[in-house]
Design a protein around this ligand. Structure first.
Ligand code: PPS
Length: 286
């Protein structure tokens, strides 16, 4: 299957035609946010599922009921994917949503209401590595083909939700940054307790140290991997073939070193340097 068969160009980026048909995109365009909504915004493969575990636990004060009974896509639904079972307008406040949209794709109501956003970033070489395996196991994406081909597609933004560079730059250049928390996958790996604590402060949810510790423990890779509500094990094999690559695959920092050749890493670095030359943000991986 090719890009032309599986993707639609929407606001200049590739979207999956099967998951995001025109009526879903229109619905999102007209969506009305509430001031107490919480949005997890990510470029794919940057830590979305992880945050879909952390934020509900923070908001419930550590009560695991929702993460034990609801799949991640129901407890923190994607705004660009609508399902008949879930009417977002009927969800009680505070609602939690995920989105892979770039900042400039967000609808009018978002800039008017300014709900809280947690924007998760990850070293793009690890995002590439994770995506390469994911595109190989998810039947709704264009198969990655040879790694060198996929590398060019990734660096040119010819993949779902467009270019990593455009995505990250769009959110870093957002207006009204006081309602956006920026955090990286790497910081979460380095100190999950501290990350949970910072997230709870940003969400104005006061938690004692013991609860923070319990949440961090639940959200460790090895523990989330066992949670059938978060590991995509209920998705049929025809849609996600986890015998090819697990959704919760390795969960580490720096796996790109096992994936990219020296020449590929050098090329990646050169593109990165050029595309990120005007960005002042200090990334953990730089
Ligand atoms: S998606 O498809 O965009 O929703 O994917 P996303 O959840 O953003 O990213 C998937 C990667 O995140 C890893 N992951 C974790 N790493 C560490 N700890 C925890 N708890 C965790 N949960 C998910 C997941 O394994 C994917 O990364 P890779 O490198 O492929 O393992």
């Amino acid at each position: 299957m090719t890009e032309a068969e599986l993707y639609t160009l929407y606001k200049g980026v590739y979207m999956l035609s099967s998951l995001h048909p025109p009526d879903h995109l229109k619905y999102y365009e007209e969506f009305c946010f509430r001031p107490d909504d919480i949005i997890i915004a990510t470029y794919p493969k940057s830590g979305t599922t992880w945050m879909q575990e952390i934020v509900p636990l923070v908001m419930s004060g550590g009560d695991p009921a929702s993460v034990e009974t609801l799949p991640n896509w129901q407890r923190v639904p994607w705004l660009e994917v609508q399902s008949a079972e879930l009417i977002l307008e009927q969800m009680p406040s505070p609602r939690m949503f995920a989105t892979h949209y770039q900042y400039n794709m967000m609808p009018t109501s978002f800039s008017e209401v300014k709900p809280k956003v947690i924007y998760v970033m990850r070293n793009p070489k690890d995002v590439f590595t994770s995506a390469f395996h994911y595109y190989g196991m998810a039947s709704f994406t264009v198969p990655p083909g040879p790694q060198s081909d996929f590398l060019h597609k990734f660096l040119d933004g010819k993949v779902m939700f467009g270019s990593w560079f455009d995505h990250v730059k769009s959110w870093l250049n957002a207006e009204d940054k006081e309602h956006i928390m920026y955090i990286s996958y790497e910081e979460m790996k380095m100190d999950l307790k501290d990350s949970v604590s910072r997230i709870s402060q940003f969400l104005e949810k006061s938690l004692d140290t013991e609860v923070v510790g319990k949440i961090a423990n639940r959200c460790l890779f090895k523990n989330m991997k066992k949670n059938s509500m978060s590991n995509y094990s209920s998705v049929p094999r025809e849609i996600m073939d986890q015998t090819k690559s697990e959704f919760l695959r390795k969960g580490i920092v720096g796996d790109w070193k096992n994936q990219l050749s020296a020449a590929e890493a050098e090329y990646f670095n050169a593109v990165y340097k050029d595309k990120m030359k005007d960005v002042k943000y200090k990334f953990v991986w730089d």
